[in-house]
Design a protein around this ligand. Structure first.
Ligand SMILES: [Zn+2]
Length: 256
């Protein structure tokens, strides 16, 4: 194939894919705060690049990235783990009061309708395996995608699979969370010019998640460290594009 990018294909080329290898990849992620050093399109960029790399190996097409994602209000328990004093605050996703601008989170029902429509249209066109490459780990995002995947897989002549964009069984990933080392590293590997680590305070100053909108996996698991700061293992200031290449390739391998 000339390209796996759906929007660049002509009708006869799309038809050829549908007849021979009817796979469509849908890369999804919100435009979202990822700390001061990172682009807003971090999640969809990682998902889209992973989908392009996977499709080059498996065949099929990749739809243009869907810049959409959803979040919900934070619970008191998680706000406490993140280090907030006032745990009764109304905070959506990673939109913390200290951030200079909010994210473009969609309301859950609107997000769901957009993805539903893409699935309906791709099934109608004849795609039989739709791979949703999800760049955003919010609980309600997963719930929406999994609900739609189950429905379409059982009610239509297709199978919808949902997977995380940069996922691997690498033990190094254990501490990674939102806007931590691996996301910075992958973005440095894919689009180095979009990342500016100098916008984070220099080490050895600790990063408080509630001040920077950066949180490791242990925080989301309600097991933060004593001072409720970003763990050394996932500190974004340790990111390198070499590590990003490793994380990205492991993610693509799993996706394929
Ligand atoms: Zn992200």
């Amino acid at each position: 194939m000339r390209t796996v990018r759906y929007e660049k294909l002509r009708p006869d080329e799309i038809l050829h894919v549908i007849k021979t290898n009817p796979i469509a990849y849908l890369a999804i992620g919100p435009l979202e705060w990822h700390g001061p050093a990172m682009p807003y399109g971090t999640d969809p960029a990682a998902a889209y690049e992973a989908a392009l790399s996977a499709a080059k190996q498996t065949g099929g097409v990749v739809l243009p990235p869907i810049y959409a994602g959803t979040e919900r209000e934070r619970s008191e328990e998680i706000l406490d783990a993140m280090g907030f004093q006032d745990t009764s605050q109304y905070i959506i996703g990673q939109d913390f009061p200290a951030n200079c601008i909010p994210s473009l989170y969609f309301r859950e029902e609107i997000f769901s309708l957009i993805i539903r429509e893409y699935l309906r249209l791709l099934v109608k066109q004849g795609f039989r395996l739709i791979v949703i490459v999800n760049g955003h780990g919010a609980t309600n995002q997963w719930e929406v995608l999994n609900r739609l995947a189950i429905e379409f897989s059982n009610e239509c002549d297709c199978f919808v699979h949902v997977t995380m964009a940069i996922d691997s069984d690498d033990p190094e990933m254990k501490y990674e969370g939102h806007a931590t080392r691996s996301e910075h590293a992958v973005q440095m590997y894919l689009h180095k010019e979009d990342v500016d680590l100098s916008l984070l305070p220099p080490k050895p100053e600790k990063l408080r998640g509630c001040e920077w909108g950066i949180n490791g996996a242990m925080t989301y698991a309600l097991m933060p460290n004593e001072d409720k700061t970003v763990e050394e293992q996932c500190d974004p200031r340790n990111a390198t594009s070499e590590a990003g290449e490793r994380f990205f390739n492991a993610g693509v391998k799993k996706l394929v």
